[in-house]
Design a protein around this ligand. Structure first.
Ligand SMILES: [Zn+2]
Length: 254
C-alpha cells in the first residue's frame, strides 16, 4: 500500500535517484573482501539480493555501482575480448545499465536508448530505430528482446542499423534446458506472466531455439558462455550468475 502511494506520488526519475542513493548508503555497511565488482573495482562483504516476487537471487546487485551478474560478465567480456572501450566505435546501447554506461561517457558516438525516456538519454522504439542503415559498429541489447511483442520487427531493425562486420551483443532471461521458447498469448496479467516466464513483463521465455529465432542470412551467431572462462572461485567472488541470464549471443553482421 505504502509502495503504491509512493509510486503514484513520486515521479519515476526521482524514485530512481532515491533508489541509487539508498543503495550507496547500504554499501557503507557492506565493507569487506568476500565479493568483488569488476565494474566499479570495489570489494564488499556481500552484494545485495534481487527479487522479482517469484525468487530472490542472493548477491546479485553490486552495492557500489548497481551492476548485476550479467552486467559484470558482459563488462568483463567487452573489456577482455573487444576494443569497444579503446576505439571510438558508434555504439547503440538499449536499456543502458549505469554500471556499463559510465565507461562510454567520453565516447563521441554513443547512443543510450530506451522506450522509457526516464531510463535513457534517447527515447527509441526498438521496432523503429531512428538511424540510417549500417550506422552502428556495436549494439548492446541486454534483457530487452523478451519484452518486445513484435520480436521479428525488432530483430530486423537491429540488423538493419548494424554495419557490415559490426556486432550485436544480445542477452536475455532464458530457460537453458528448454528446447523451445515458451510463448502463450493468452497470458495477459503480470501475475500470469511472472508464473510462466519468471518476470511479470516478459512476452516469452526463450529456450535453446533462441539462435534459430535470431537467424538470418545477414548475420553469423555465436553463443558465448563467458562464465566458463573463470574459475569457480572467481565466478563466486564476482557473482557471475547461473547462466539463465548471462549467455552472450554475439551476432555479427555479414
Ligand atoms: Zn560495482
Amino acid at each position: 500500500m505504502i509502495k503504491k502511494v509512493y509510486r503514484r506520488l513520486v515521479p519515476e526519475k526521482l524514485r530512481l535517484k532515491v533508489h541509487i542513493e539508498l543503495r550507496k548508503l547500504k554499501s557503507i555497511f557492506l565493507a569487506g573482501n568476500t565479493y568483488y565488482c569488476p565494474c566499479c573495482e570495489k570489494s564488499f562483504s556481500r552484494f545485495l539480493p534481487k527479487g522479482n516476487g517469484l525468487e530472490t537471487r542472493p548477491n546479485a546487485v553490486c552495492p557500489g555501482c548497481g551492476s548485476l551478474e550479467r552486467s559484470r560478465l558482459l563488462y568483463l567480456y567487452l573489456k577482455n575480448e573487444t576494443r569497444i572501450f579503446q576505439d571510438q566505435p558508434a555504439i547503440l546501447h538499449f536499456a543502458p545499465e549505469d554500471a556499463l554506461k559510465k565507461f562510454f561517457k567520453d565516447h563521441l558516438n554513443y547512443i543510450d536508448a530506451d522506450i522509457n525516456p526516464n531510463l535513457a538519454t534517447h527515447r527509441v522504439d526498438i521496432t523503429e530505430i531512428p538511424f540510417p542503415d549500417a550506422y552502428f559498429d556495436f549494439i548492446i541489447c541486454s534483457h530487452v528482446l523478451g519484452h518486445i511483442p513484435d520480436e521479428q520487427k525488432a530483430v530486423s531493425e537491429l540488423y538493419r542499423v548494424l554495419r557490415s562486420g559490426g556486432t550485436l551483443f544480445l542477452l536475455s532471461l532464458m530457460e537453458p534446458q528448454a528446447a523451445k521458447t515458451k510463448e502463450d498469448e493468452t497470458l495477459k496479467t503480470p501475475e500470469q506472466k511472472l508464473a510462466a516466464y519468471g518476470e511479470k513483463d516478459l512476452m516469452r521465455l526463450y529456450g535453446n531455439d533462441l539462435a534459430e529465432r535470431l537467424q538470418s542470412p545477414d548475420v553469423q551467431i555465436e553463443i558465448i558462455d563467458y562464465r566458463t572462462r573463470f574459475s569457480a572461485e572467481e565466478r563466486q567472488r564476482f557473482s557471475l550468475g547461473d547462466g539463465k541470464r548471462e549467455l552472450i549471443y554475439k551476432i555479427t553482421r555479414v
